[in-house]
Design a protein around this ligand. Structure first.
Ligand SMILES: [Mg+2]
Length: 200
């Protein structure tokens, strides 16, 4: 049995890593979803995303902290969800996630130190080892929990992504403004969600 790493970064180091983050990258299955894959005769039919995670990703984007997803699987469901959330990139069908992450960072002009990555399984270890802030949901596999700087209290698809957003926005002093923006009585936040362009 693999045990938890004895020394996770302290609050101060974690905050300083989180304050440097300019891009959030998420695995999909088991991170933005609970890992459930709903199948019918034609293949995958549904995934379950969490509305509070989605809300947090929109908050992050409106606060100047964009997010992207990187997954080994391919599904039109992820395209739809990515568009809805205004993600900066949706990379699917990428089995070598380490290489895919490097490409993405180059494309977007973000340094690895300024990237946070959240993954839950062995194929996330490569990207996790490259970034300034490595994170995983509470129910990630033990080898991943051992490697990362930040293990969320919430499991995948049930608030893990939101915890990472909150950590980064609080560390960079943007959380209160982000909350204010989302509760704006004029619906400004909601309008901007609809209008944001989407790029792959
Ligand atoms: Mg996964």
């Amino acid at each position: 049995m693999v045990t938890e790493a004895p020394s996770k970064p302290g609050k101060e180091e974690l905050t300083s890593r989180a304050a440097r983050v300019r891009l959030l990258v998420f695995d999909v299955d088991g991170v933005l979803t609970d890992g459930g894959l709903y199948y019918g005769a034609q293949g995958e039919l549904m995934k379950r995303f969490d509305v509070k995670d989605g809300h947090a990703l929109v908050m992050a984007r409106l606060s100047g902290l964009p997010a992207a997803v990187l997954t080994a699987r391919t599904s039109s469901i992820v395209e739809v969800r990515g568009r809805e959330l205004g993600l900066a990139a949706v990379l699917q069908g990428r089995r070598d996630k380490g290489a895919a992450l490097e490409e993405l960072l180059q494309q977007l002009g973000v340094s690895p130190e300024a990237c946070a990555y959240m993954g839950d399984d062995h194929n996330d270890l490569a990207p996790l080892s490259r970034v300034g802030l490595a994170a995983c949901p509470a129910d990630a596999v033990p080898e991943v929990r051992q490697e990362v700087h930040f293990v969320t209290q919430s499991p995948g698809g049930r608030g893990a992504a939101r915890e990472l957003v909150e950590l980064c926005l609080k560390a960079s002093g943007r959380w209160d403004d982000a909350v204010g923006l989302m509760r704006g009585a004029d619906g400004r936040g909601a309008q901007r969600v609809e209008q944001t362009p989407y790029s792959r």
